[in-house]
Design a protein around this ligand. Structure first.
Ligand SMILES: Cc1cc2nc3c(=O)[nH]c(=O)nc-3n(C[C@H](O)[C@H](O)[C@H](O)COP(=O)(O)OP(=O)(O)OC[C@H]3O[C@@H](n4cnc5c(N)ncnc54)[C@H](O)[C@@H]3O)c2cc1C
Length: 416
């Protein structure tokens, strides 16, 4: 029996397992599918240093009804799912007060500011420096006044130590010649970088974990069995049992069912997103380009140009509505890349594990002596992976974590 068992082989679970293993703790990772094969696979591939402002912010209440009714808008609720989604949506909206948003930005900013160093640490150990696209990210608006209208968010980012470098017209044109920058306003978002392949990143970190003596079990956890207030065993779908010493639950959007075995309820919802990877796009980018008014990102990845984004609130097992991915490609062609070749694209849907206050859950499992939670990383899970691993391993080892974890505890109030 390993000392720690981690359930979930996405970026979060792999980083927790790796951090523990590097501290010399015998660790087992359980993943039922492909390592990094769910939300971690298809995201925008960004270390998004200042993507710390929640969607739920002042003004959202006015916009939400229009978004919900527009199935092609930036945030949609799948028809029929609204009654189920309403309690979560109400909590989400009640986190939109300006003072609360500032607290949330601080909570996310505290983790995001550690991301670069914590990534450098694991990327160097895994010897995969080619996983980085070194250039910082370009943020584009249709005009300077559109950028100015976002001042609320940029001020919050600045308060958390995130800065941008504005570009003049010529600098903007020369930075990414394949982007139609006519009339647009752009800033380089300092500290942001992109990965060439987030799933390969995760698999390479998992390989490092195994090379250090970690074990990966390819099984689907059906249940966590409790005994005397402790997580005692996991029972797999095939009926086999694994005895537990200490447990970390990092099962992304699927954590809720496992947590209920431990008597824990957290308001975790799947917020789906989409991408299209275009292998022959005809667009060459030296960095990721975020098109702010369109709410989508264009990232050069190993599989071509990835056009990704949108939020759809739907059941975890909802059939994909790939029209949402098509809309992003159409917007990209119309607004940024008139020459875009859209043939041979591959589409993807995946779900962000999302808490209504946009903050992750990182910390001890309430009232369970030997379990810790690392779930709910929402829009920033890739960015927060290695730091979450460091926080969880410090907590399990009884050391002081590098930042206070009060804001991330599972038993916090989700609406304040
Ligand atoms: C369109 C889109 C764009 C995004 N862009 C970015 C971005 O640019 N930057 C960023 O930082 N974040 C981004 N995100 C968010 C990020 O992808 C997620 O927050 C992150 O991948 C969550 O990681 P995870 O390990 O918690 O979940 P997952 O990657 O979903 O992993 C959970 C794993 O647990 C396993 N599992 C679940 N239940 C069980 C069980 N019972 N037994 C065994 N295994 C189990 C699953 O198979 C899965 O592999 C984006 C998300 C989307 C959808």
């Amino acid at each position: 029996m390993s000392e720690v068992t981690v359930i979930g082989g996405g970026i979060i679970g792999v980083c927790c397992a790796l951090s523990l293993q590097r501290q010399g703790i015998g660790t087992t990772l359980i993943e039922r599918g492909d390592i990094g094969g769910e939300a971690t696979l298809g995201n925008c591939a960004l270390m998004a240093r200042s993507e710390i402002v929640p969607l739920s912010k002042p003004g959202v209440m006015k916009k939400l009804p229009g978004w919900i009714l527009d199935s092609e808008g930036p945030l949609a609720v799948r028809p029929g799912h609204l009654p189920t989604a309403i309690p979560w949506l109400l909590k989400f909206l009640r986190n939109a007060r300006a003072d609360r948003v500032a607290q949330i930005c601080h909570g996310l900013g505290e983790i995001a500011k550690l991301a670069q160093d914590d990534f450098d640490n694991v990327i160097e150990a895994a010897n995969i420096k080619d996983i980085w696209a070194e250039n910082e990210v370009l943020y584009l608006y249709d005009s300077k006044s559109q950028y100015d209208a976002d001042t609320f968010s940029w001020n919050l980012r600045e308060a958390e130590g995130c800065f941008v470098t504005p570009l003049n017209k010529n600098e903007l044109r020369d930075l990414e010649p394949d982007v139609n920058t006519d009339g647009k306003f752009g800033v380089v978002a300092n500290g942001w970088k992109s990965f060439t392949n987030p799933q390969r990143l995760t698999k390479e970190l998992a390989n490092l974990f195994v090379s250090l003596g970690g074990q990966i079990i390819a099984q689907d956890v059906a249940r966590i069995k409790m005994l005397n207030g402790r997580a005692d065993q996991v029972k797999f779908e095939n009926g086999e049992i694994l005895k537990l010493d200490k447990l970390v639950v990092a099962a992304g959007c699927w954590a809720g069912r496992l947590l209920s075995d431990m008597g824990i309820r957290i308001p975790l919802a799947p917020l789906h997103g989409y991408h299209t990877d275009l292998p022959d796009s005809g667009v060459k980018l030296s960095r990721a380009v975020i098109y702010a008014p369109g709410g989508f990102v264009n990232t050069p990845v190993e599989t071509g140009l990835r056009i990704a984004g949108t939020v759809e609130i739907a059941p975890i097992d909802a059939k994909p509505n790939f029209r949402r991915a098509e809309v992003l490609v159409e917007k990209a062609k119309r607004n940024l890349f008139p020459q875009l070749n859209t043939s041979n694209g591959s589409q993807w849907i995946g779900a962000r594990p999302f808490m209504p206050d946009t903050l992750p859950v990182i910390g001890p499992a309430p009232k369970v002596d030997n379990a810790w939670l690392a779930v709910g990383h929402g829009q920033l899970g890739l960015t927060m992976g290695p730091t979450t691993g460091e926080l969880i391993s410090a907590l399990i080892l009884g050391k002081s974590p590098s930042i206070p974890i009060e804001a991330y505890r599972a038993d916090r109030r989700y609406v304040q």
